[in-house]
Design a protein around this ligand. Structure first.
Ligand SMILES: Cc1cc2nc3c(=O)[nH]c(=O)nc-3n(C[C@H](O)[C@H](O)[C@H](O)COP(=O)(O)OP(=O)(O)OC[C@H]3O[C@@H](n4cnc5c(N)ncnc54)[C@H](O)[C@@H]3O)c2cc1C
Length: 385
């Protein structure tokens, strides 16, 4: 039987970051199991690549405070690009309640050490982006170190470094069962044979609940479709723009290649493994795009280039991280609720710390434990896009 010190199930950006942080921390016998023939076929390859520290809960802000500087120095550390572009995130408030919300978040972000965030006036937004319809914008918040990465490149960078330092990646290897032996180690049943390990990490993204079920855990992680629409080349809005969020309806967009990438969370979407792009979504999103940016009425989109992927939602929109006390040696890194790319570096560090030394200083992990749901300790994140 094949053996490993740590087995990671899933080679998306989260599993790859954990593999990197474990090997960088000195653990050399790491085996990553991925059922697909290539990395990136899960949510990572479908992501919009946004990274931001502008969150409403301290723990999410702390995870970004590790992750974004990590992405800024990614190439220097790993010798591989991650495509970090610090073009910022600009939240545009259209009501006093939203402005109050941004101010409260801003104060929390500053207290925790974020330096690049500031509140911004409606006039400044109008001066910077006269293309936006600004009659109802009353102000906003902007963080210049927020921005975008290339999720695929970051994922490959993490895994390449890990494999160059003795980790192994087995593709075409589906995990089909997990059994705990009397000595405490796990026998992991895969399409390529049995693997034995004392430590197993669930990094199965939107499929994490089915992997957790293999050890008898009910994991509250649900798949939820998100759709993105790239435009054809368009030069009448600056390509240096940040991610711009219209808080009146959640529509947001960012420059991508020679055009823009449009996103909107359709409240009518229901949980399920739906990965087909719904053509009717184009009209819904273009209506919102032209409402906020009137010149977007002239945008051209090719429906064939639009795509859909899965968010992995938890009831409080925070990830579930750490060892499950009832199943010693079984670790969770799941339920990122749309933030798995931006929080992958912090997640890798947190999981590697816990696996290698039993503790981490990066966050208070009890906040993100699975038991918070049963114990009524949910910590709702409201800044979800
Ligand atoms: C449209 C869209 C836009 C997004 N935009 C952003 C964004 O702007 N910023 C951001 O931070 N996040 C964003 N996200 C979310 C982000 O993409 C995810 O949170 C992140 O990719 C999760 O990474 P992961 O490694 O956990 O999951 P995945 O990338 O899904 O990887 C999980 C892997 O596990 C494998 N697997 C599953 N079951 C098994 C099994 N039984 N055996 C072996 N392998 C298995 C799968 O094949 C897959 O490769 C977006 C997501 C979508 C869909």
């Amino acid at each position: 039987m094949e053996t490993a010190d740590v087995v990671i199930i899933g080679a998306g950006i989260v599993g790859s970051s954990i593999a990197y942080h474990l090997t960088a921390g000195g653990c050399r016998n790491v085996l990553v199991l991925e059922r697909e023939s290539a990395q990136g076929k899960g949510s990572t390859g479908k992501s919009m690549g946004g990274v931001r520290a502008q969150f409403s809960t301290p723990v999410n802000i702390q995870m970004s405070l590790y992750s974004i500087p990590f992405y800024a120095r990614f190439e220097e550390r790993l010798g591989h690009p991650c495509g970090y572009r610090p073009q910022g995130y600009l939240f545009c408030a259209t009501s006093a309640a939203q402005m109050k919300y941004l101010r409260t978040n801003y104060e929390k972000q500053i207290v925790l050490g974020l330096k690049d965030v500031r509140l911004i006036s409606a006039d400044e937004i109008h001066n910077d982006f006269p293309q936006l319809r600004a009659d109802d914008i009353i102000g906003g918040s902007f963080c210049s170190s927020d921005g975008f990465v290339d999720p695929y490149s970051a994922m490959i960078g993490f895994m390449t470094w890990a494999c160059e330092h003795a980790a192994r990646l087995w593709k075409n290897t589906a995990v089909t069962g997990i059994h705990r032996e009397s000595g405490g180690a796990y026998s992991i049943e895969t399409s390529r044979g049995m693997v034995s390990s004392a430590k197993v990490v669930n990094c199965a993204g939107a499929w994490a609940a089915s992997v957790a079920k293999m050890v008898g855990i009910d994991l509250p992680v649900e798949p939820l479709r998100r759709m993105l629409v790239p435009t054809e080349p368009f030069d009448d809005f600056p390509h240096t723009a940040p991610m711009i969020i219209d808080m009146s309806n959640g529509f947001h967009f960012r420059p991508e290649s020679r055009g823009f990438l449009l996103a909107w969370n359709d409240p009518e979407e229901t949980p399920g493994y739906k990965t087909d792009f719904e053509p009717g979504f184009i009209e819904k999103i273009l209506t919102r795009a032209a409402d906020r940016v009137p010149i977007f009425e002239n945008l051209a989109v090719n429906p064939k280039r639009a795509w859909a992927g899965l968010y992995e939602m938890t009831p409080d929109h925070h990830p579930i991280l750490g060892e499950v006390p009832e199943v010693p040696g079984f670790y969770l890194a799941n339920g990122f609720s749309g933030h798995g790319v931006m929080h992958a570096p912090a997640t890798g560090k947190i999981l590697a710390d816990i696996i290698l030394s039993g503790k981490t200083e990066l966050i208070d992990t009890s906040l993100l434990s699975l038991s918070r749901f049963a114990e009524g300790r949910m910590i709702e994140e409201t800044a979800v896009l």
